[in-house]
Design a binder for this molecule. Structure first.
Ligand code: DC
Length: 218
């Protein structure tokens, strides 16, 4: 069974998807980390045009071990969350050759077993026949506040205004790109997470799936 969770940054998607996967006993896939890994690979190689970015996507060996992300055998879990990679990843994600390569890998992973996968296009493009599709949203200010806390926990302190501006720019790029723009699948369940805790969102999604828990939630 495939469960897709899409939506813009700051909706709590990653944490929710990871917890839901654990609860269901499913594999978990963070597709944003894949775009970030390709972005890091491009930055390292100085790949700045679409052809060079597509080549990097073809060369990059991306592996997951739980929350740890490896790029060509190197642990890049921390590096892919840095500001320059975050900014560059939405540029890389607009390149059709990069998307088609990563979509291919994601679909391969989907064939290996039950999966909760999160990203921007998982329900709309990658797994159009997924059994459950969720699209999470949240008010822009709340998303920015969550991101501010996340960054502060990693030692980066930015004003809400700076984060909102960066977020607006990334949203605009993700929503307006020609190839697989960020948009809910026609049959996705829309969930507004404004004012909800991660646990509340997980419960809500879990309730919609109607599964008997297989893993202790503590
Ligand atoms: O979810 P995230 O912030 O880690 O995603 C990083 C970038 O990759 C972001 O600009 C959106 C893009 N992305 C995408 O276009 N499609 C996906 N399935 C996942 C992420």
């Amino acid at each position: 069974m495939i469960v897709t969770i899409d939506g813009p940054a700051g909706t709590g998607k990653s944490t929710v998807a990871r917890r839901l996967a654990k609860l269901l006993g499913f594999n978990f896939l963070d597709t944003g980390a894949m775009y970030r890994a390709v972005a890091l690979s491009c930055l390292k190689a100085g790949a700045s045009d679409a052809t060079a970015m597509g080549d990097q996507a073809g060369l990059a060996q991306i592996m997951f071990d739980g929350p740890t992300v490896f790029l060509n055998g190197e642990d890049v879990t921390t590096d892919i969350r840095k500001a320059d990679v975050t900014e560059f990843s939405s540029r890389v994600a607009a390149v059709p050759a990069v998307r088609s390569r990563l979509v291919e890998i994601q679909q391969e992973i989907g064939r290996t077993g039950d999966l909760v996968t999160e990203g921007r296009d998982q329900g709309s493009v990658v797994f159009p026949t997924a059994e459950f599709k969720f699209f999470l949203t949240a008010a822009a200010e709340e998303r920015a506040r969550r991101r501010q806390h996340e960054l502060a926990a990693r030692g980066t302190h930015l004003s809400l205004k700076e984060i909102l501006d960066q977020q607006d720019e990334r949203d605009r790029r993700d929503e307006s790109r020609e190839c697989s723009p960020l948009a809910p699948a026609a049959d996705a369940i829309l969930v507004d997470t404004t004012g909800l805790t991660v646990e509340e969102v997980v419960d809500l999604l879990f309730g919609r799936i109607g599964f008997v828990p297989v893993v202790d939630r503590r």
